[in-house]
Design a protein around this ligand. Structure first.
Ligand code: FAD
Length: 220
């Protein structure tokens, strides 16, 4: 006799799995299928030598909504989590995001201009290798598409108080808008210790000055 299902769920990722969980709670019969050999979708962890490795890129759960937090904890408890990204370069480890200190450790330089000239030399080395980098990303992360942005300067605004201070992001972006700087990319670390902003190389100095002014000079 054929099984009868109330729902067929295609994709055992976060959405499909939670839908199945809630449907089961109200006694619905669910068939869930996935083209991958595992459940969990992009959140899946592969156990490699006893370490849970996020196969499709690191995933961090953060919410300020107590209902969402309580709901997730009613399904599974969370581990304590600390986000301390490091970069490995020629066998040594460096804290991220990079600053002048890092460039001094990496290349023994003392000024932004010295760091810039090394970065420019490295950029030239990268030219022509784009395709092999892109195909490695496609192979490892299987994204739907990748867009390559050139001419992007990254500015990291870092501070321990940012997590609990309202309006920090608003101040950063208002200051940039007033300085006529277009923001081309935003990345907020899940630790909420930093906001990284991508601006055109030409806008870099203006962006630094605007952010410095709003936090250090004006102290608004
Ligand atoms: C690198 C990376 C980092 C991320 N970091 C975070 C983070 O830190 N915090 C956060 O909240 N979110 C993060 N996200 C986003 C998060 O992964 C997604 O929001 C979440 O996985 C979406 O869940 P989903 O169920 O909709 O899709 P998915 O997790 O993508 O699951 C979809 C499932 O459907 C399956 N499927 C697709 N098509 C078919 C088909 N035709 N037949 C059968 N099965 C199929 C796939 O194999 C997959 O298992 C990140 C995403 C990426 C890629």
């Amino acid at each position: 006799m054929m099984n009868k299902y109330d729902y067929l769920i295609v994709g055992a990722g976060l959405y499909g799995s939670l839908f199945a969980y809630k449907a089961k709670k109200v006694e619905k019969k669910v068939l869930m299928i996935d083209k991958r050999s595992h459940i969990g979708g992009n959140l899946y962890c592969e156990n490699i030598e006893g370490i849970n490795v996020h196969k499709y890129g690191p995933h961090i759960f953060h919410t300020s909504n107590k209902d969402v937090w309580d709901f997730m904890n009613s399904i599974i408890p969370f581990n304590h989590f600390r986000y301390e990204p490091l970069a490995s370069y020629k066998g040594d480890l460096y804290n991220l995001p990079f600053n002048m200190n890092t460039f001094h450790q990496l290349w023994n330089v003392n000024t932004p201009d010295e760091a810039k000239s090394i970065i420019n030399a490295q950029r030239k080395e990268f030219e022509g290798k784009e395709q092999s980098v892109l195909s490695a990303i496609h192979r490892l992360a299987e994204p739907d598409s990748i867009d390559l942005e050139a001419d992007l300067a990254l500015v990291a605004v870092v501070g321990r108080g940012m997590k609990s201070t309202r309006g920090t992001a608003g101040r950063i972006f208002s200051a940039l808008a007033h300085a006529n700087v277009n923001v081309r990319m935003i990345d907020q670390g899940s630790s909420e210790l930093n906001v990284i902003i991508g601006v055109s190389n030409d806008d870099f100095d203006r962006a630094i000055k605007a952010i410095y002014d709003i936090f250090v000079e004006t102290r608004l």
